[in-house]
Design a protein around this ligand. Structure first.
Ligand SMILES: [Zn+2]
Length: 378
């Protein structure tokens, strides 16, 4: 695979681009289709998989965030996360807090700040579990100001970046924020300066190694794995307490505290270009099989209405009959103009495209009605 070089937006090292990525259509992080032509690569020095940051990329992100809609497929309700092998969903925020409760070891009361609080889903979950805490939310626009201010325990809502914030917090959360940020080290240094000496930082990011469809998200500046996350934490003056890719499926959950001084990670970086190139080639292969299937099938359905489902529907030029989803809030609605049906309404004999992470697709296969038509999986 041919590569070209650019500069790492995190450490300034050399990024080698995986050119085939440009052939894939993309999706915005709020699940809207985007044309092909994006650029992703891997830093030779810090190993961070990343978008190549250009003026064009910044402009595209500005447009995405200006028109952002949180979970529009379910009318703003937070996406349910499913444990492997089960159709039983729980909101992502509740899952994160349930999984980290022991590690966080938070006191009965304190001051918490949620950076990138969106419409307040995480703050609401936090408030229900820690009702004595004083909460603040920060977001780059004030669309959801009133919703945030209505949450129990809320003290303040801040519009804009974190640069203007002052004070110290006992707990700061970055839930699906860090992957959007250009120069994550500089950003985390600013976050660290707001953290009390004994304060706890919780970071939740997607984990592309478990879910290659995550690489299709145009506005994600970084795609972290454990070693690139460790490097960024150390350079920002943070020490990891726990890094887990099992707490929430397909995500990385990081708990960290301040450390006395920033350190450069001396650990040798494993070659990361190969996994990225492999993931890109398996996505291209998935797309080609779906296109072939479209040509030969009378009826084609897509499982899931999030990143993968939106992407493959767009690659198929919307020539799709319907979506199938297990999230009860989404069933009966439409996505990209197509009806969303429940799994029990899925007709055996219909071709089914399953653009889900392998860890989600495999247990699903056992729940599907028996059919002669082989579903398309990654
Ligand atoms: Zn780098």
């Amino acid at each position: 695979m041919k590569t070209v070089n650019s500069m790492c937006h995190s450490c300034g090292g050399r990024v080698r681009e995986v050119l085939d990525y440009q052939l894939l259509r993309r999706v915005t992080s709020d699940c809207k289709p985007m044309p092909e032509g994006g650029r992703k690569g891997v830093c030779d020095r810090c190993g961070l998989v990343q978008s190549i940051i250009t003026e064009e990329w910044n402009q595209a992100c500005h447009e995405i965030y200006t028109n952002y809609s949180v979970y529009y497929q379910s009318g703003g309700s937070e996406q349910a996360v499913f444990s492997p092998g089960s159709a039983q969903g729980m909101t992502r925020s509740h899952r994160i807090l349930a999984q980290t409760k022991g590690i966080l070891g938070l006191q009965a009361c304190g001051k918490a700040l949620d950076v990138g609080c969106g419409n307040g889903n995480f703050l609401k979950a936090f408030s229900s579990l820690y009702p004595e805490w004083k909460l603040s939310g920060c977001e780059y626009n004030d669309i959801y100001r009133e919703d945030i201010l209505a949450i129990s325990g809320i003290e303040a809502f801040y519009e804009g970046g974190i640069d203007s914030l002052t004070g110290r917090y006992d707990f700061i959360s970055l839930i699906h924020v860090l992957e959007h940020i250009e120069n994550p080290i500089r950003f985390l240094r600013n976050v660290t300066s707001l953290l009390d000496e004994q304060g706890i930082l919780l970071i939740e990011v997607p984990f592309y190694m478990d879910n290659p469809f995550e690489l299709l998200i145009a506005d994600h500046a970084s795609h972290f794995d454990e070693s690139s996350m460790l490097g960024v934490l150390a350079a920002a003056g943070l020490a990891p307490v726990s890094i887990s890719t099992r707490a929430v499926s397909k995500e990385m959950t990081v708990v960290a505290t301040r450390q006395d001084q920033a350190t450069d990670s001396e650990k040798p970086i494993k070659e990361k270009r190969l996994p990225l190139a492999r993931a890109v080639s398996s996505l291209l292969d998935f797309r080609n099989r779906a296109l072939n299937c479209r040509r030969t099938s009378d009826e084609l359905a897509i499982f899931g209405t999030s990143i993968g489902g939106t992407w493959i529907c767009s690659e198929l030029e919307n020539h799709v009959d319907y979506f199938v989803d297990e999230d009860p809030i989404r069933i009966g609605r439409t996505h990209m103009g197509k009806p969303i049906r429940s799994l029990s309404d899925f007709r055996a004999g219909t071709s089914l495209c399953i653009p889900l992470a392998p860890c989600s697709a495999q247990p699903l296969l056992t729940r599907l009605p028996k059919s002669e038509v082989e579903p398309i999986v990654l």
